[in-house]
Design a protein around this ligand. Structure first.
Ligand code: 5CA
Ligand code: ZN
Length: 412
């Protein structure tokens, strides 16, 4: 698929400290240590509805990772998928008597527009599950050949499952106990109750064709891929056997990223698949996680249509820490709009307080597990002083504008 487009990011004067991020697998805040090329895979949308502020917050968090790494001089190889065939999409299409392909195309196009408006840097590769079906089925074939997967003994639907005991380390990514895994597997697309599986949490790799469902021919028999292996194949085939960051929201910790890691490791023998597993907090509304199934959504496209400046949306979502579950409230947007106006006023002045120190603080806070609340506070302080006409540095406004643009992605 074509990714969206994004403008190049010019370098900003000064030097940047290395990025430290919290890793779910080890439970530690650790430095990222990419080579010349940093490799990041972020799970993309399932395009059956418009992009809401929860999705946007997650993509903004990883956009900052991208921006901070670039600021450190790395080339960033960023890959994102689109789950353009899966249960929720097919169910929505049936409910609305829509063609699932057209529904997915329409929502993916809207997502692209939203990401562009929010100034999220485009991934280098943006890959739909449908276009990746040959490589996914090939990977499932290899897992079967290696004994890491098995066919269910079901004469009607001999689907293929991953054997969760295929790697010794299974469970290391989430750290969850078996009861939690079982519960989350049932809640998030798994089928722990299905008879004949070696272990209840074992994840579907290949679903044999059912009447009325889309299916593709492959050596495994006509069918379609499971969800987790889609991301494994897309990531492995483009980024290689070990990546720097596997990203997504915290609802992907289990089963999605646990199985993604286990599939890759069973195949390659390289552990861990990702050096950092990074999970963004959930955005909520009225005390509940914002989710398509609950219907309590604020869409990015709705706010844009209402004339809200996407830069205010961006600042509103960055005002909280990326890993904390947090609410989007009317006050969140109002505060962001006021902040945006104040920063814009300040960078339009002819002069301001010397800003190298402010930019250094911005970099230090971002390098510290993307501490945007403190990064934004450092800029507030500079903008307040500038607006109080307490500075004579004629280069400062342009420097702040360039740093806010490159590092926070906010165009002033
Ligand atoms: N297609 C899969 C990933 S391969 C998927 O989870 N799609 S999604 O459309 O449901 O979610 C897209 C991304 O947004 C995921 O990283 C998910 O964790 C994140 N996300 C979903 N809801 C929220 C929320 N309320 N707050 C923050 N992030 C969210
Ligand atoms: Zn994924």
């Amino acid at each position: 698929m074509l990714p969206w487009s994004s403008v190049p990011v010019p370098p900003v004067a000064g030097s940047a400290p290395p990025l430290r991020l919290f890793d779910t697998a080890t439970g530690e805040l650790r430095p990222t240590a990419p080579g010349a090329t940093a490799r990041m895979y972020v799970c993309g949308i399932t395009p059956y509805d418009a992009t809401h502020l929860g999705h946007a917050a997650t993509y903004l968090a990883f956009d900052l990772v991208n921006r901070v790494w670039r600021d450190c001089g790395h080339d960033v190889h960023y890959v994102q998928n689109v789950t353009d065939v899966d249960e929720p999409l097919l169910e929505r299409a049936i409910r609305d008597q829509d063609d699932w392909v057209v529904l997915a195309m329409r929502e993916t196009a809207l997502f692209r527009e939203d990401m562009e408006a929010l100034r999220v840097l485009a991934p280098r590769q943006f890959i739909g599950a449908v276009e990746a079906i040959p490589e996914i089925s090939e990977l499932v074939g290899k897992l079967l050949a290696a004994g890491s997967a098995y066919r269910l003994d079901d004469p009607e639907f001999p689907d293929v499952y991953f054997d969760s005991s295929a790697t010794r380390e299974f469970g290391y990514e989430s750290g969850y106990d078996e009861a939690t895994m079982r519960r989350l597997s049932a809640e998030r697309g798994g089928d722990p109750e299905r008879p004949g599986k070696r272990h209840p949490v074992d994840a579907l790799l290949w679903r044999m064709a059912r009447d009325g469902e889309p299916a593709w021919d492959s050596d495994l028999g006509r069918g379609r891929p499971g969800w987790h292996v889609e991301c494994t194949a897309i990531a492995l085939n483009r980024l290689g056997t070990q990546i720097d960051v596997q990203g997504g929201g915290s609802d992907l910790i289990f089963p999605h990223h646990e199985f993604g890691a286990a599939h890759a490791e069973a195949l390659t023998g390289v552990h861990p698949f990702a050096r950092h597993y990074c999970h963004a907090g959930m955005i909520g509304l009225d005390g509940e996680k914002m989710s398509k199934s609950r219907g309590n959504l604020v869409f990015v496209s709705r706010l844009r249509a209402d004339g809200v400046d996407p830069m205010a949306i961006r600042l509103g979502l960055l005002a909280g820490h990326w890993r904390s579950d947090r609410a989007w409230e009317p006050g969140t947007l109002r505060a962001a709009q006021a902040r945006l106006a104040a920063w814009r006023d300040a960078v339009r002045l002819d002069a301001g307080p010397e800003a190298h120190d402010t930019v250094a603080r911005l970099r230090t806070h971002l390098a510290d597990d993307l501490d945007t609340p403190n990064a934004l506070a450092a800029l507030d302080a500079w903008a307040d002083e500038a607006r109080g006409h307490r500075g004579r540095d004629r280069d400062a406004p342009a420097l702040v504008r360039a740093a806010v643009d490159a590092l926070l992605g906010v165009a002033l």
